[in-house]
Design a protein around this ligand. Sequence first.
Ligand SMILES: Cc1cc2nc3c(=O)[nH]c(=O)nc-3n(C[C@H](O)[C@H](O)[C@H](O)COP(=O)(O)O)c2cc1C
Length: 340
Amino acid sequence: MNNEDLLKNLHENPFLLAPMAGITDCAFRSFMREMGCGIVTTELVSANGLEYASEKTKRIMKFGSTQHPVGIQIFGERLDLLGKAASRAEQMGADFIDLNFGCPVSKVVKKGAGSAVLKDLQQLRKVLKAVKSSVSIPVTIKIRTGWDESSRNADAVVKVAWEEGITWVAIHGRTRAKGYNGKADWDYIRWVKENAKLPVIGNGDIMTPEMAVRRLQESGCDGVMIGRGCLKNPWIFQEARSRLSGQPLQREERQFLLILDRLKFYLEKDCEEKILMLQIKKFSSWFSAGYPDSAKFRKSVFQIKDKNDLIDQVQIYFKSIESFIQKDTSDEPFLMGGHG
Ligand SMILES: Cc1cc2nc3c(=O)[nH]c(=O)nc-3n(C[C@H](O)[C@H](O)[C@H](O)COP(=O)(O)O)c2cc1C
């Protein structure tokens, strides 16, 4: 896919699925595309690890035909391996390469990868040049606002990205030092976007469709990326798009049994039973947030050992809450750690 087509897709649907390691796997991305999200990206893949191409790495890079446009996200510190990894992702049919400069995890930043690159703009430029020259598909980057509060430099990073021909910059509105604490700084994202010459995607703490549209409009960003919000409300993309186009929300369309069946369909295509069960337990627990007896359901579901029993219990619970409106739980701490 070329730049123009990728940006056309962004324009048509500005609500992107944020990559989340261990969550937004191949099955979940197919499911979310069906649920109305825009462009998707794989979770981060180590360029070093790809050199040895373990089964796990290959699984992370896998994507389905309905997921396009799909980007493969890579990270690493060695320019030669990053170039090779990008070229391999292109050969696998990825529509774009996304570079992770947001990962705050110590093991990653100690080696000079992930968000550590934000501290060294010369290294950033070298990485961008190495990757750009290895592929003919678009290259995008995902960053944090900076390393820490005293060195926020997303504006300078965006400038380098523009000079090196990067297609867009996605900004998670926290510094590396902040981890997942506090709130994403959308005023700062807006300021960076105002001064940027290339498309900017805003990201951080979008938990409701209303917020997705508000953040998009108030920040002036070209798109917004949603991660944890779709785990509490899998309809968030659909509802945000309806809102953006001025259509009323159709809450009666929240049919859990139907969508859980679709999720199971994708998981069955893709995973062995153990993983399938774990994913159903995780997703159904998250989807139950803000509904009656959700804590009790979460606790009981993780004790189930048999697949059919699990499906039965999940169906019974979601049938029982069908007529309830979800309570807003966006202020509760939720999944306070990740690779970006
Ligand atoms: C469990 C988890 C795993 C994550 N893995 C990745 C990843 O592989 N690559 C990445 O760029 N960001 C990763 N992130 C960061 C998200 O993409 C996103 O930037 C962050 O969660 C803030 O957005 P949100 O508030 O919409 O969730 C991860 C986040 C979480 C919670």
